[in-house]
Design a protein around this ligand. Structure first.
Ligand code: HPA
Length: 272
């Protein structure tokens, strides 16, 4: 379980290396890593060098923190995140969120690749996450609670901060991009869902499904870090189009829509 001492040790290590205190945290999902290359005056720190950080094994996830400037803001960027399907525990996946908070980050932006459940969506769409359904059956807060991190029973009503959601809508307008809104369903993976599972998630009110994000958002709510999350719909979820899904398709769409996504996130960062 995460505790104050671990977080302070990680933060102290990073404070010695980083050129300046970061203002905004950014987590880059599948295929979105190239945004980290756009940071100027960047310092790069591999996760394995940071005390208490786990390193990422997912393909195309670089596994490093990149700290630099983007849109006039000092940004701490996770180039690659950890997933439950890699074998990491929920608290390990969520851990960097607490370190960002300890470093003084005042807003967190999460990105991910998702399957579209809402049949009005198309591949390549962007969806602002308004809320989530955690179908993993797990929480990063299981176990003893260190009250220095946050309260035992955190409120999730405004976990996706309304003020940041407004800014995301404005950023999309400024970029001339359509930003869908919806509920994200978080699953463990690594297998994609069955068509019956997707029908169930739709009946429960989900618009998109993915294998990340929910643990990080729970940790951010726990430690009081305002958060926004935007999904890229890289494929329609299983059964929507009655064709097989593949990780290659996810990566291909993520690459094709990457430039527009990076523009959207950069514009959002400039508004925070
Ligand atoms: N399901 C789960 N995770 C995903 C998907 C999907 O269809 N696409 C991208 N990540």
């Amino acid at each position: 379980m995460t505790n104050k001492q671990m977080v302070l040790e990680s933060a102290a290590y990073l404070q010695k290396i980083l050129p300046a205190a970061p203002e905004i945290g950014l987590v880059l999902g599948s295929g979105l890593g190239p945004l980290a290359e756009e940071l100027t005056d960047a310092a790069r720190i591999p996760y394995e060098k940071i005390p208490h950080f786990k390193s990422s094994t997912a393909p195309d996830h670089a596994g490093q923190l990149v700290c630099g400037e983007l849109a006039g803001r000092r940004v701490l960027c996770m180039q690659g995140r950890l997933h439950g399907y890699e074998g990491y525990a929920p608290d390990e996946i969520a851990y960097p969120v607490y370190v960002m908070k300890a470093l003084g980050v005042r807003a967190l932006i999460l990105t991910n690749a998702s399957g579209g459940i809402n049949t009005a969506f198309s591949v390549g769409d962007f969806m602002l996450i308004e809320d989530h359904i955690n179908m993993t059956g797990k929480s990063p807060l299981t176990g003893p609670n260190d009250s220095w991190l946050g309260t035992r029973f955190p409120d999730m009503t405004f976990a996706y901060a309304p003020s940041l959601r407004e800014k995301a809508d404005t950023a999309a307008q400024d970029c001339g991009l359509t930003l869908r809104h919806g509920v994200y369903c978080g699953v463990n993976g690594p297998q994609f869902e069955t068509p019956a599972e997707i029908r169930m998630f739709r009946a429960l009110g989900a618009d998109a499904v993915g294998m990340s994000t929910v643990f990080e958002v729970i940790a951010a709510a726990h430690c009081g870090l305002p958060t926004a999350a935007i999904a890229m719909i890289t494929n329609m979820a299983a059964g929507v189009l009655m064709q097989p899904l593949s990780g290659a398709e996810v990566n291909e769409i993520a690459a094709r829509r990457g430039a527009a996504f990076r523009r959207l996130i950069t514009t959002l960062v400039g508004k925070i």
